[in-house]
Write a protein that binds this ligand. Structure first.
Ligand SMILES: *[C@@H]1O[C@H](CO)[C@@H](O)[C@H](O)[C@H]1NC(C)=O
Ligand SMILES: *[C@@H]1O[C@H](CO)[C@@H](O)[C@H](O)[C@H]1NC(C)=O
Length: 398
C-alpha cells in the first residue's frame, strides 16, 4: 500500500501542473472559439472554463494518464460539458459547493478514440447518425454518456404512434425508427427474422406481437413450473398494492403492457441490441429506459413495489457486478416489495456453489422458489433455471 504522505517526485508534479495548465488553456481556447458566433454562450463559457483547473482537469489527467493520453486529446465538446461550471448564484448549501460538475461514466476517457468520434459534431447542428458507436461506448462503461448539443438523427417524415389502446399490440410504422444501426431495415424483417435469419439475436422473436409474445405471463400457472403468471404473482399481495415498478432488460416491454392493463405502471430498461427496442417500447405506449445493467438504478431507496427481470440477469454477468446489482434492486424496492427473478440461468454446479448462496445472502424472503433444467440447448450442458419470487421484508429490512 502506498503511503498517503509519500511525496510525489518533483518531475511528476510538474508534469501534472503542465497538463493542468495546457488542458485549461486549451479548453478556454476551444470554447471561446466555438461559441464566438453566439455572444450569449460565449459569456457563459468564459466563466465556466476557469474553475475547471481545480477539479475536472485534474481528475481527467489521472484517468487519461493510464492510457498514455493527455486531456488535450479529448474532444472540445467533452471538456466543455464535463468541466466544472460555476453556479450563477454562488455557493449552494444543497450541493455544498459553488460549482457543478456534469457527470459522465468514469471509463469514458479510457476510450478516447470512440469518445472523440462521439463528441465531434457541429454545435446546434445535426448529430451524426451514430447509435451503434454510442451504444458500444455506453456498454463498455462510458455510462452515462456525455450530453451533446446537437439534434439526434430522426426520420425525415416521422410517423406518430397509434393511439391507445391500439398501440399496445400493433406494429408501429417503420417511419418511427432510424434503422442505420440494425441488420433489419423494417419491422417486417424483425418479425420474420426467427424464420429467415441464422445466428443468435437478443430477443430474436420478440417483435412478432402475434407470436410467443402474446401469451407471456398470462398462461395458467403449472404447479412447480418455472413460468409464473402475472396474476399468480400479484395475488401474493393485497389487491391494488402493487402499483409501480421496473422491468430490467424487458425486451419489447410486453410485461409492462400486461401490467398496464392492470393499472400498474412499469418502466422497462432495454438496450437496442440489433433492434430498435426503445423506439418500439415507446411506440407501444409504455416507458423505455435506456440504461445498461451496470448503471445504478435511477430510483430512490424504498420506492418501487415490484422489480421483474427475465433473460438479462444470468451467469454472463460478472459475479461482483451481479452482487451489486442485487443489492441495488433490494435498495429501490420498498419494504414488502417484490422481486420476480424470472428464468435466471446458469450451468450445473454454479447454481449451488455461486448463485443460490448469492441470492440468499441479500436479505429477501422467498415467496416462490423453483429450480428446473434448461433444455433448449440439450440436457448434457446441465443448464439450470431459477425462477423466484422474493419479497423485501416489511419490517427490519435495513
Ligand atoms: C441553431 O439552430 C437553429 C435551427 O437550425 C437555428 O434556427 C438557429 O439560428 C441556430 N442558432 C444559432 C445561435 O446558431
Ligand atoms: C384501472 O383504472 C380505471 C380508472 O381508475 C378503472 O376504471 C379500471 O377498472 C381499472 N382496471 C383494473 C383492471 O383495475
Amino acid at each position: 500500500m502506498e503511503s498517503p504522505h509519500k511525496p510525489k517526485p518533483l518531475s511528476i508534479s510538474l508534469f501534472y501542473l503542465f497538463l493542468l495548465l495546457s488542458t485549461n488553456l486549451l479548453t478556454l481556447f476551444i470554447s471561446t472559439n466555438f461559441y464566438s458566433p453566439c455572444s450569449l454562450s460565449a459569456a457563459n463559457t468564459a466563466s465556466v472554463t476557469i474553475p475547471a483547473s481545480t477539479t475536472t482537469a485534474h481528475h481527467l489527467t489521472h484517468s487519461t494518464l493510464d492510457e498514455d493520453q493527455t486531456t488535450s486529446d479529448l474532444p472540445a465538446e467533452f471538456l466543455a460539458f464535463t468541466s466544472a461550471q460555476k453556479l450563477k448564484f454562488g455557493f449552494n448549501t444543497n450541493m455544498d459547493s459553488d460549482r457543478i460538475i456534469p457527470p459522465v461514466g468514469r471509463p469514458c476517457t479510457q476510450f478516447p478514440n470512440e469518445l472523440r468520434r462521439y463528441m465531434s459534431y457541429k454545435v446546434n447542428g445535426s448529430c451524426p447518425d451514430d447509435e451503434l458507436l454510442a451504444q458500444k461506448l455506453l456498454l463498455k462503461g462510458c455510462e452515462p454518456l456525455p450530453r451533446r448539443r446537437c439534434r439526434p438523427a430522426a426520420q425525415p417524415e416521422y410517423v406518430e404512434p397509434y393511439p391507445l389502446p391500439t398501440s399496445f399490440w400493433t406494429t408501429p410504422s417503420d417511419k418511427s425508427v432510424v434503422w442505420t444501426a440494425y441488420t433489419c431495415k423494417n419491422y417486417q424483417c424483425l418479425i420474420d427474422r426467427m424464420k429467415t435469419q441464422k445466428g443468435f439475436d437478443d430477443c430474436k422473436d420478440c417483435f412478432d406481437l402475434q407470436g410467443r409474445e402474446k401469451a407471456r405471463w398470462t398462461k395458467p400457472p403449472v404447479s412447480g413450473g418455472l413460468d409464473f403468471s402475472i396474476d399468480e404473482v400479484l395475488a401474493v399481495k393485497k389487491p391494488g398494492t402493487i402499483r409501480i415498478g421496473l422491468d430490467i432488460g424487458g425486451g419489447v416491454a410486453t410485461f409492462a403492457i400486461r401490467m398496464k392493463a392492470r393499472n400498474i405502471t412499469i418502466i422497462t430498461t432495454s438496450m437496442n441490441l440489433n433492434g430498435p427496442f426503445n423506439s418500439f417500447i415507446a411506440a407501444r405506449g409504455v416507458i423505455p429506459m435506456y440504461i445498461s445493467i451496470s448503471q445504478r438504478l435511477p430510483f430512490f431507496d424504498n420506492t418501487l413495489d415490484i422489480v421483474h427481470s427475465m433473460h438479462v440477469m444470468s451467469n454472463w454477468i460478472p459475479t461482483t457486478l451481479l452482487h451489486f446489482m442485487l443489492f441495488d434492486i433490494y435498495r429501490v424496492l420498498r419494504p414488502g416489495g417484490l422481486f420476480w427473478l424470472d428464468h435466471f440461468f446458469c450451468v450445473g454446479d454454479e447454481l449451488e456453489d455461486v448463485y443460490v448462496p448469492l441470492i440468499n445472502s441479500i436479505g429477501f424472503q422467498k415467496v416462490k422458489w423453483v429450480l428446473g433444467p434448461k433444455l433448449d440447448r440439450g440436457a448434457e450442458l446441465r443448464e439450470m433455471y431459477i425462477s423466484a419470487l422474493l419479497e423485501k421484508p416489511l419490517k427490519h429490512s435495513w
